[in-house]
Design a protein around this ligand. Structure first.
Ligand code: DX5
Ligand code: ZN
Length: 216
């Protein structure tokens, strides 16, 4: 079984409560929230107040993906509304210290890498990670095409974790659909983020169930 973390980025926020209940009924237990500041990525999304509102209306674990410059400035604020909290390796902070801080604030920690970053760059950080997020599109927008280069990164991360006895989750984000999800799971992904594929589906329950039924 694979975990699914649907991304609300392209969802209709006026019907979100109903849509989240539908996903919960399908057994979805994580929800992916993309925070964008218009500086680290060329798009602006939402922040703490909206996540706080969502939190009051769902039992799903909130998986917060910060795409913001110098994330250390906002970690304490986001930790209050997150279950999983991750930031980008490329965003210019002391990553090891920040991952440990996330854990000390009671959240599960996640480091994220952009398509141009090699997985070897974060090997030393894995002891401080509960999850590693491999971007399979350039961060910033939903609805982009999956980059197959993410598959080799997932394989390398899985091998490194297995060889060294680390059990962190491997999450993949961007362009996940019926064609790309099995490839990502086969390469080592244990958590699939899917935005447009889930929220624009006619039958989100069967889409969610089919993604979660994938296994290696
Ligand atoms: C992009 C975001 C993704 C996005 C995925 O920067 O990190 O989470 O919502 O959208 P899809 O699944 O449509 O590629
Ligand atoms: Zn994301």
């Amino acid at each position: 079984m694979t975990k699914l973390s649907p991304s609300v980025l392209t969802a209709d926020f006026l019907t979100l409560e109903k849509d989240l209940k539908i996903l919960e009924s399908a057994g979805v237990s994580m929800l992916h929230l993309d925070v964008m500041d218009g500086i680290f990525v060329p798009n602006i999304s939402f922040g703490v107040p909206l996540i706080q509102s969502i939190r009051q209306h769902t039992k799903m674990e909130l998986d917060v993906h910060l795409m913001i410059d110098r994330p250390h400035r906002y970690i304490e604020d986001f930790a209050k509304v997150s279950d999983w909290l991750g930031f980008h390796y490329e965003a210019g902070s002391d990553c090891g210290q920040l991952l440990q801080k996330i854990r000390s604030l009671g959240c599960k920690s996640c480091i994220t890498i952009k398509p141009a970053t090699n997985p070897e760059a974060i090997f030393d950080l894995i002891p401080y990670c509960d999850m590693v997020l491999v971007m399979s599109v350039e961060p910033g927008f939903g609805g982009q095409k999956f980059m197959p280069s993410a598959l080799d990164k997932l394989r390398k991360l899985r091998a490194y974790c297995q060889e060294n006895g680390y059990s962190c989750e491997l999450e993949v984000d961007g362009g996940i659909n019926a064609q790309t999800a099995p490839l990502a799971v086969e390469a080592g992904a244990t958590v699939l983020v899917a935005g447009s594929y889930v929220f624009s589906a006619d039958d989100p329950v069967s889409v969610a169930k089919s993604l979660m039924s994938l296994s290696v």
